[in-house]
Design a protein. Structure first.
Length: 161
């Protein structure tokens, strides 16, 4: 590779891979048809975040749902950071399971459930109708079925009650 090769950059000059991506976030060759990326840095209400993430999960795009959760954890109140980060980790865990990466899936599903465990039974922090015990059960059952490759849409969890 030529040392003068230029890296893809976004409008602010940050390194940003401009290669198209598939529905699981894997890079495709330049010029290939890919799935539109989620815009970064979008501030949504918690309810909008959950609706958009659920739509993406149901469409078999957990990598994209993770980006929605990431926006929430970066823009939301500090006391909710681990909640949104945990949801993002579950989405990336499903991404790895669908890609066939059992080790990465198990690790992220475990970290995600640990993050969410902080909020189970915590009345002072809103959880926006999330069914945290059911999400934890979903993650554990998914982990138990690894290393089977998963269909992301078929395995998508229900986020809320």
């Amino acid at each position: 590779m030529e040392s003068s090769a230029r890296r893809d950059r976004d409008a602010d000059g940050r390194a940003r891979n401009a290669r198209p991506r598939d529905g699981l976030g894997r890079p495709l060759p330049y010029g290939a048809d890919g799935v539109a990326r989620q815009p970064e840095g979008v501030t949504r209400s918690p309810e909008e975040t959950l609706r958009e993430a659920q739509r993406l999960l149901d469409a078999g795009m957990p990598f994209h749902a993770h980006e929605v959760f990431e926006d929430a954890w970066k823009s939301g109140p500090t006391q909710e950071e681990a909640l949104w980060r945990g949801l993002a980790q579950l989405a990336v865990g499903l991404t790895h399971a669908a890609r066939g990466n059992a080790r990465g899936a198990a690790s992220l599903l475990e970290r995600g459930t640990a993050s969410l465990a902080r909020y189970t039974g915590q009345g002072e922090v809103p959880t926006y109708g999330l069914d945290l015990p059911e999400l934890t059960l979903w993650a554990r059952e998914l982990t138990d079925r690894l290393p089977d490759r998963m269909d992301a849409a078929a395995e998508a969890p229900r986020l809320t009650r």
